[in-house]
Design a protein around this ligand. Structure first.
Ligand SMILES: [Zn+2]
Length: 88
């Protein structure tokens, strides 16, 4: 069971699947919501929770790491490969 969650409003049990983090985007790219989807294991009832700042902190850190790998590593390769081709 997930801490802080009560009984399922549909079937009354407390057997929830672990929260799954999703990011949804609205009409504009600035309207982004980070949500936890929590689903009842028995009946499939699903609730959405907006992530707190505390929960978002490690996700933001991870996003920064992805940004570094996706943005900076290709640039470094773009510099290193021509040098290697010229000098190698
Ligand atoms: Zn249920």
């Amino acid at each position: 069971m997930v801490p802080g969650l009560g009984d399922c409003p549909k079937c009354g049990i407390t057997d929830w699947k672990p929260p799954r983090h999703v990011r949804t985007r609205g009409v504009t790219s600035t309207a982004i919501a980070d949500l936890n989807i929590i689903t009842c294991k028995k009946c499939g009832f699903t609730e959405l929770y907006e992530l707190s700042e505390q929960e978002l902190a490690p996700i933001k850190k991870k996003a920064l790491m992805i940004f570094i790998f996706a943005g900076i590593v290709p640039i470094l390769l773009g510099i290193a490969v021509p040098i290697w081709l010229i000098w190698g």
